[in-house]
Design a protein around this ligand. Structure first.
Ligand code: E4P
Length: 219
């Protein structure tokens, strides 16, 4: 499973990249709205901070404008993936972009049928939104499993990217699905690295080692 951070916060990205676990970043207009800096600068910095793919979402609405903006985003950096929401009017746009070699992440996926349609167009990534399904009382991990089944049954090349993960429990369940990528809020990633029993165990070992009365283990 590849791990992406779902954020546009440069401080958090800078903090977690040294773990060696961050394979990419997903941004969206909501994330960028929280950064209080020029979005172009924020995105430029992020693309320089990580080697892996950085998803940048289109903000235009009309299909022709989305096409033009997607082309512009695609040229922005070598590691950019253009994020486009699922909609009927964008399918021809996506088809054109894929033919041009542009890497697309189709976002706001809520059914296996939406996933099937964009997988047929050859997109790079497909993002089912687990947490937003859970928000309305539907099992988001089940949706994810159905999307993965579609990918496997028909041998599509698109990578499935589990999005809208809000809790550690959701991420743990997602690890059992075999999904290609999980994009995590930094808080969930951070929480996963801390376990009270691990911390307590370290304290106990430290306390016992003090009783030995030596600094180094081979002193
Ligand atoms: C994914 O690419 C989206 O940016 C993200 O996961 C949305 O998550 P949310 O439903 O918590 O806003």
């Amino acid at each position: 499973m590849k791990i992406f951070l779902d954020t546009a916060n440069r401080e958090l990205i800078k903090r977690f990249v040294p773990t060696g676990l961050i394979d990419g970043i997903t941004t969206n207009p909501s994330h960028l709205s929280k950064e209080g800096d020029n979005p172009k600068q924020v995105l430029q910095d992020i693309c320089n901070m990580v080697k892996g793919p950085v998803s940048i979402e289109v903000v235009e609405k009309e299909p022709d404008a989305v096409l033009a903006q997607a082309r512009e985003i695609a040229k922005f950096a070598k590691n950019v993936v253009v994020k486009i929401p699922f909609a009927e009017q964008y399918l021809p746009v996506i088809k054109t972009l894929v033919a041009e070699g542009v890497k697309i992440n189709v976002t706001l996926i809520f059914t296996p049928l939406q996933a099937l349609m964009v997988a047929k167009l050859g997109v790079e990534m497909i993002s089912p939104f687990v947490g937003r399904w859970d928000d309305i009382g539907v099992d988001g991990v089940e949706l994810l499993e159905e999307v993965i089944t579609v990918k496997d049954l028909y041998d599509f090349s698109s990578q499935i990217l589990a999005a809208s993960i809000r809790t550690l429990i959701q991420w743990q369940k997602i690890t059992q699905t075999g999904v290609d990528i999980a994009t995590l809020p930094p808080a969930v990633f951070e929480q996963a690295m801390k376990h009270p029993l691990t911390l307590r165990g370290i304290e106990m070992f430290d306390a016992d080692w003090k009783k030995v009365g030596k600094k180094g283990i081979f002193d």
